[in-house]
Design a protein around this ligand. Sequence first.
Ligand SMILES: [Zn+2]
Length: 76
Amino acid sequence: MKLWLSCHDASRTMSEGMDRELGLLERGTLRMHLMICGACHRVQGQFAFLREAARRYPEALPDESPSDTDAARHRR
Ligand SMILES: [Zn+2]
């Protein structure tokens, strides 16, 4: 595990954080990167928003029930 993340690593770690709980070291290195990188800081805000939205409104996510929406679309 690198202590200094590239933007690529940072965004990958953030995306993995959507699916699973990040380890202490992962969170630490990610936080260090976000402190010095404004671009990734903004991306992280979007991930945080998505994560919050998914938790509050799971039914609003299109990939939660793809068969339902597809079936509804075909019927029209
Ligand atoms: Zn970055």
